[in-house]
Design a protein around this ligand. Structure first.
Ligand SMILES: [Zn+2]
Length: 353
């Protein structure tokens, strides 16, 4: 009996030792992902419906997957459809709802006198390494924590695509896309639009990656850096080091080839936005864009002109009018419940790793 006990103890300690050495360890998905997912589900800001269906956990290959996938086909109480079923985690679904309600729709009303009725997504969940290169870190898409927005459809059916609208759209389309990008930078932790790198010429990548914390919220990466008029008021400086350059995934953007140099330059061009047209008689009362007021006195954010302003130069003569922040958020959405208060926005045009 004693001998059996001794053997058992020995084998148990041996197993513990081996596990400690990592021999039996399987790579684990970082714990913060599950915690963020659970916290989001507990907030009940995202409810299961005919348009947001609970799916079974996705586990692997590798650490890809998510505990509570949501199959999302529409947002905003089904008033905004998605062009395809997007598999997303709860935090991304919640953030998309917030972006639509507080940023996209008010800007669409101000610029076009009508709401967005559809978001054309170019991809959500997808297990793949960054740049599709073996050995690279996994993309946030691998955890259902990212969406690629290729464009929008307005209520009257008009399409506004990122690939055309960002550089070749009319003034209102260009302004709309830049404003929704700038607003996204306050909600998501990574926002990559045309001009950020050669791979995002045709969509805006949105994700909730963890880039670390600053003294006033999560560190955010926002490229190209929006015009100072569109940026939120600067926060007090922290003493933390700058956010790292991220290695973003190749995404589907690469399939269509690379954008022209001019398109890249325009992506980061810091031009004035045209004023919104006067509201229509039948327009909804929501008019002002949900963006921070301009702060002309303090302009600590460096301009991010990466190339010579050429094709769109005439646009810069019309400065955007002030777009005051709505006095308060709509009832029913308590921002303070979210784990991510608006933090400082780190943006730069840097070399891609
Ligand atoms: Zn993406």
């Amino acid at each position: 009996m004693l001998r059996r006990l001794a053997l058992l103890t020995l084998s148990l300690s041996l197993a513990g030792l081996l596990a400690g050495c990592g021999l039996f360890e399987r790579p684990q998905r970082p714990a913060w992902r599950s915690a963020a997912d659970k916290a989001c589900m507990a907030r009940k800001t995202v409810a299961a419906s005919a348009y947001v269906q609970l799916a079974s956990a996705i586990d692997g290959p590798g650490i890809c997957g998510l505990e509570q996938p949501l199959k999302v086909t529409a947002l905003a109480d089904a008033t905004v459809t998605l062009n395809s079923t997007n598999t997303l985690n709860c935090p991304m679904t919640e953030a998309m709802e917030e972006w639509l309600r507080d940023v996209v729709q008010p800007i669409a009303m101000a610029r076009f006198g009508q709401p967005v009725a559809q978001i054309d997504s170019m991809g959500a969940y997808s297990c793949r390494p960054i740049d599709n290169q073996r050995g690279n870190r996994l993309s946030e898409h691998s955890f259902g924590n990212a969406v690629d927005v290729g464009g929008f459809r307005l209520a009257d059916g008009r399409a506004i695509t990122v690939v055309k609208g960002w550089t070749r759209g009319n003034d209102q389309e260009k302004a709309f896309l830049r404003e929704v990008q700038a607003g996204a930078c306050n909600i998501f932790t990574t926002v990559l639009a045309p001009g950020s790198d050669p791979f995002h010429y045709n969509h805006i990548h949105l994700d909730l990656a963890m880039h670390g914390q600053t003294s006033d919220g999560p560190r955010r990466i926002c490229k190209p850096l929006p015009s100072p008029q569109l940026m939120p008021a600067p926060k007090k400086r922290d003493m933390l080091p700058p956010a790292p350059e991220i290695e973003d995934d190749i995404d589907i953007a690469q399939a269509g080839g690379l954008p022209s140099r001019n398109a890249m330059a325009m992506g980061s061009l810091n031009f004035g936005l045209p004023p919104a047209p006067p509201p229509r008689a039948n327009a909804s009362p929501i008019q002002s864009a949900a963006l921070a007021p301009p702060t002309p006195a303090a302009a600590p954010i460096a301009a991010s002109v990466a190339g010579p302003p050429t094709a769109l130069a005439p646009l810069s003569r019309a400065p955007a009018p002030p777009t005051p922040l709505p006095p308060s958020r709509p009832p029913g959405f308590a921002r303070s419940e979210r784990p991510m208060p608006p933090g400082d926005i780190t943006g730069s045009i840097g070399a891609r790793r």
